[in-house]
Every structure is written in C-alpha cells, then in structure tokens.
Design a protein around this ligand. Sequence first.
Ligand code: NDP
Length: 324
Amino acid sequence: MVENLVIIGSGPAGYTAAIYAGRAQLKPLVFEGFSAGGIPGGQLMTTTEVENYPGFPEGVHGPKLMQQMRQQALRWGAVLIADDAIAVDFTQYPFAIASADLLEVKARAMIICTGATAKRLHLPGEEKFWNNGISACAICDGANPLFENADIAVVGGGDSAVEEALYLTKYARRVHLLVRSDHLRADKTMQERVFHHTQIHIHWHSSPINVDGDEVLRSVQIRDTQTGAVSDLTVGGLFYAIGHTPNTQLFQDQLELDEAGYIKTQGKSTATNIPGIWAAGDVQDCVYRQAITAAGTGCMAALEAERWLSTDAIASGEGNAIAC
Ligand code: NDP
C-alpha cells in the first residue's frame, strides 16, 4: 500500500498541510510524533496565551489552538498517528518511512514539518518556572500581565536576543540583556538600537546560573564569565534567546540543509531539493518562526504537493515548485 502523501510533524505547519491535503481528497497520513522533537502539537503546546493568531480577538490558549487544528485535520479525512518517524529513505521511490511503533510506510509525496526546538539553558529550577516567568518566545508571551512594568532579563547576543529585548520594552520597566561575551553578534542597526535604548541595560560577560522565586520567578543568579563573581538580579521574567535547533537529525544526508541545519527550500516555494518532498514551518524557517507563518507554509506545501501529484510531474521528473 502506497500513501499519496505522508506528513511528518504536527505543529501549525503539519496540521494546516493536513487540512489542505485532506480537503483535496489526498487522505494524508500524518506522523504527529510522540516524543521526538518535543510534544505532538509543536511549540504552541508549551505556550500559554496566543494573542497574535488572527481570528482570536481575545487570544487563545496554545494547546487549544492546536487541538482545534487537529480536529479540523481529522474532519477533512487526515489519518493521524501518534508515533515518531524514526527513519526515512528518500533514495528510493516511493519514499520509505519507518516509525518507532514499527510501521513501514511508502509515500508518493511527503511534507516535512518537524519544527525547531528553542534551546534552553537547563538551569536548576528552570522547569518550575517555565511559563511562570521563564519563556523562549517574547512575541508569544511578552504581553503576559506577569511582565507588565517588571524588570525582565533576556539571555543571548544574537538577532533574536536584541529583537526580543527591544520587543519587551513595550511591556517591561527595564530589560536586562545578559551577554556571555563582550560583544553582540546581532545585525549592526539592531545593535545600535539596543545600545541607545534607555530601557535596556546590557550586562557583558554575564551568564545565568540559577533562578529563584515562589509561585513565579523572582530573581536570576548571574555569574561573571571573566571573574566568576556571582550576583543576584531581581527580575519577573527571563527570556531565552540563545538560538533554535531545527529538528532535522532524521534528514541529514538525505535532504539539502543549510549550515545551521535548516532544510533548504527553493525560491518562493516550500520545495526541497528532492522532487516530491516539501518542507514547511520552523524546520525551514530561522527568521519568522511564527505559528501563522508556519501555517502559511503548511498550506503552500499542501498546494504544491497536490499540484505535483495531480499532474504528470512525477513521470516527467519535474521539480516541486509551481508557477503562476
Ligand atoms: P544565534 O545563534 O545567532 O545567537 C545565539 C546567541 O545566544 C549568541 O549571542 C550566543 O552567544 C548566545 N548563546 C548561545 N548559547 C548560550 C548559552 N549557553 N549561554 C548564554 N548565551 C548563549 O541565534 P539567534 O536565534 O539569535 O539567530 C539564529 C539565526 O536566525 C541567525 O542567523 C539570525 O541572524 C537569524 N535571525 C534573523 C532575524 C531577522 O533577520 N530579523 C531575527 C532572529 C534571528 P555567543 O555570541 O557568545 O556565541
């Protein structure tokens, strides 16, 4: 039995691809995941309120949004399997996928939506305050009342860190940017903005080593990376912006990846370097990383796959991208 379309991943990209492919009567099979790359449903499953997803003027809980996308995919005939894909073979056609529960599946077309995982520091006490003061997404969580007029710390010195620091000044009284070295690696213009922002204070050579609080986070302990001196900083929030790891371990040596491990897509499409395989969501996007952009690329991938499957592109060996 060969499936028309197998989707790996169940964040906004995976479910949106499943909804579109389901409506196109492709009966997509979705490996929702079980333990690989975080929990099924993706990064929104660990977010509280999502207030920037269009259509929800009062905001919506991340897990609820994902549950609704899942329901919508089921309604349109997607077959959802709570199982991890653990091996793929893209050198053969139809493509081969093996799962942790020993399923062996063949697919005419595939969409990869395995997402990315925000890096954590794994500080002692981090689990306790995750979503109670600690977050890895300012845009998702910055407007939480917890951070209103509070002092907030952001860890990192790249583009994400400076963007998050600037973004958080809307809500926070003061933002402390904790940089482990003596320089930022962010875009120069953004650096200038951070240097001149009156609400942002940069702590060079500073690395968090512990967190403390009661019900919510109250302080972070910082070690000076040069002298080893330890100090406490009173903050109501701690945001990690130390990079993401794309969940592409499964595709190494099979799909073309960039230097950071993200799947390379072609031009304006979600086409990978292999005809018949598309990639959507954070697994191919290190810039926008929003639920809405992930959903958008999931839609693109499904439309591209449907078009590809319904023409004689397979026989003629045409690429994945579709033209106007
Ligand atoms: P980066 O990998 O660029 O930066 C990570 C930062 O976190 C570095 O400053 C690094 O320090 C620091 N860091 C890493 N590990 C630790 C740790 N354990 N403790 C303390 N600090 C740590 O990640 P970004 O997410 O910022 O960016 C990823 C990519 O996405 C980049 O290519 C970036 O340009 C791009 N991007 C683009 C945006 C845009 O164009 N608008 C927005 C956001 C990201 P050190 O420098 O010492 O290694």
